[in-house]
Design a protein around this ligand. Structure first.
Ligand code: G3H
Ligand code: ZN
Length: 289
């Protein structure tokens, strides 16, 4: 089927008590593995390309590849531009066929974050593309965005209704204690804050920094009302380990790239299937509107 928007794929998540997994990819094999894992679980899935992944693969190459993958299966797939700060790149991604973009203006003051996010929503509307924005700041390092002190920037529930109303966004990334990359110690999620966030808005909420979050915390997030959960670093590590192992296991066939890059697909599919079970989206392929 054709790619679906973020708005469509997240519709029904909160009432249905499940979240849709959003997975970062950096090439064909991990992207295909994500799709195959979701197909096996009959689950909706979001494929995310970061700005650096887009620069590495090519914007139109990403759009062509993932829309081709979507056409070959019968589950809803959304193609999302992750953590973009460059308005020109966002607009080009929308033109190229991405069905969702994230404008990450979270480093800007509140009013400027609203203005920039609203500008993207206005443009995306012309193409029927969804928009995610961020309020508060998720810690850690993602691409060129580095946030050292996450506790100073948890999302303030009181700031959410106006932000959602004035921007017209389709999903809101919130900071409740997760961070990008591997954790040095176990994350402490602020579930009370999440409850307040869910209470003040119907806008689907997004959890960033999924790598290393304990299973029980994921389940609690989903139960409380989180709609989209991002996982990136774990798949990067999975890709690298699978590739290294395949080369080590097949020293005589390293001249055939498919022999050592191919196993990346199954390894990534396994990770995705595990997350889908935790997020509760198995057999929800037809639950979005
Ligand atoms: O936007 C991407 C995600 O928030 C990925 O976070 O690399 O810590 O899993 P992660
Ligand atoms: Zn993120």
């Amino acid at each position: 089927m054709s790619l679906v928007t973020l708005k469509e794929i997240l519709a029904g998540t909160r009432e249905g008590h499940y979240a849709v997994g959003a997975f970062n990819f950096n090439g064909y094999e991990d992207a295909q593995g994500i799709v195959e894992g979701a197909v096996e679980k009959n689950s909706p899935v979001i494929l995310m390309a970061s700005s650096s992944a887009v620069k590495y693969i090519g914007l139109y190459q990403v759009a062509g590849m993932v829309s081709g993958m979507a056409k070959s299966v019968d589950i809803p797939i959304c193609l999302h531009l992750d953590h973009a700060t460059d308005v020109a790149m966002i607009k080009e991604a929308i033109r190229a066929g991405f069905t969702s973009v994230m404008i990450d203006a979270s480093a800007l003051p509140y009013e400027e974050n609203i203005d920039k996010s609203r500008e993207i929503v206005k443009f995306a509307c012309l193409y029927g593309c969804s928009v995610e924005a961020e309020l508060g700041r998720v810690g850690g390092k993602e691409d060129n965005i580095v946030v050292d002190d996450p506790s100073a920037a948890f999302t303030d529930p009181a700031a959410v209704p106006r932000f959602v109303e004035e921007t017209g966004i389709d999903a809101l990334a919130v900071a409740i204690g997760t961070a990008h990359g591997f954790y040095k110690s176990e994350p402490k999620l602020d579930f009370e804050r999440l409850q307040q966030l869910v209470a003040v808005t119907d806008c689907p909420l997004v959890l960033h920094g999924g790598t290393g979050v304990p299973e029980e915390d994921f389940r609690r997030c989903v139960h409380t009302g989180m709609s989209k959960i991002n996982v990136g670093t774990e798949l990067k590590a999975t890709y690298s380990h699978a590739l290294r192992k395949a080369v080590a296991d097949n020293p005589e066939s390293v001249f055939d790239p498919r022999k050592y890059v191919g196993p990346v697909k199954a390894a990534c599919a396994e990770v995705v299937k595990g997350k889908i079970d935790i997020f509760g989206s198995a057999d929800k392929a037809w639950s979005c509107r």
